[in-house]
Design a protein around this ligand. Structure first.
Ligand SMILES: NC(=O)c1ccc[n+]([C@@H]2O[C@H](COP(=O)([O-])OP(=O)(O)OC[C@H]3O[C@@H](n4cnc5c(N)ncnc54)[C@H](OP(=O)(O)O)[C@@H]3O)[C@@H](O)[C@H]2O)c1
Length: 248
């Protein structure tokens, strides 16, 4: 197991799903974990549960689509904990519909949270990470950002955008000890995929060579590796974690 001792990690979208798994895994690896989302109750419960099981966790409510709120949240984390070493830009939403029916609002909401939210995050942590000459940013993209998907033009564009954002920021900050990487999950059990019909789930399962849906932990373990000291020579990359779904 990789060790995140003395590291402060901010995980967005930690109230449930993949973000919650990442927060739990990072707490087990001895990081101080700040759990972030818009709704307070699940964050408070998660932080309490992590602290009750030997972890060191705290939480902040923040709408990541608002740049000022993200910057203020990171300032308060640095104010309280003295540093912000790891940022997981995980929070994301879907607003699925065919392009011909997609409204401007459906396009903008998905872009503002999934892509602009990560831009706000990267910008907000730059100073504290540069000051320490150490940092890890991990953006949670999707295989749909690589392959595209009918009915998800907004979501796929936001997730493809994250890959470009990752590569560009990685080049800008590599000499400062900061790595920036992406994880592109496939079909992972969470509230986001629970809404799919049984028929759609069965059709998707047939396309996964490993023969199962992914778990939050499948993503969290890769995030832990990328966040560790041991991954210092990996930057600008996208790791696909999909049970083989898009092997080409
Ligand atoms: N599940 C999959 O199969 C899958 C596959 C590929 C990629 N992904 C990506 O993985 C990430 C996590 O997905 P998930 O399946 O765990 O989704 P989820 O269960 O729906 O959780 C989404 C999280 O994001 C938070 N969030 C949403 N909008 C936010 C905002 N404006 N500001 C702050 N927090 C916000 C939610 O909390 P609040 O609502 O309380 O704010 C929640 O904690 C997403 O980026 C998703 O696109 C998931």
């Amino acid at each position: 197991m990789f060790d995140l001792k003395n590291k402060v990690a901010v995980v967005t979208g930690a109230s449930r799903g993949i973000g919650k798994s990442i927060a739990e895994t990072f707490a087990k690896a001895d990081a101080t974990v700040i759990c972030v989302s818009r709704s307070e109750a699940p964050l408070q419960k998660l932080a309490n549960d992590l602290n009750a099981t030997g972890g060191n966790a705290s939480y902040r409510t923040c709408d990541i689509s608002d740049g000022d709120s993200f910057a203020t949240m990171i300032k308060s984390v640095v104010g309280e904990f003295g540093q912000c070493d790891i940022l997981i830009n995980n929070a994301g939403v879907t607003q699925d519909t065919l392009l011909m029916r997609m409204s401007d609002d459906q396009w903008s909401q998905v872009m503002d949270i999934n892509l602009k939210g990560a831009f706000h995050g990267c910008k907000s942590v730059m100073r504290p990470m540069m000051k320490k000459r150490w940092g890890r940013i991990i953006n949670i993209s999707s295989i749909v950002g690589i392959t595209g998907n009918a009915g998800q033009a907004n979501y796929a564009a936001s997730k493809a955008g994250l890959i470009g954002l990752t590569k560009s920021v990685a080049k800008e900050v590599a000499s400062r000890g900061i790595t920036v990487n992406c994880i592109a999950p496939g079909f992972i059990k969470s509230d986001m995929t629970d809404i799919l019909s049984d028929q759609v789930k069965e059709e998707l399962l047939v396309r996964i060579p490993v023969g199962r849906m992914g778990e939050g932990d499948d993503i969290a373990h890769a995030a832990l590796f990328l966040a560790s000291n041991e991954a210092s020579f990996i930057t600008g990359q996208t790791i696909v974690i999909d049970g083989g779904q898009i092997i080409s």
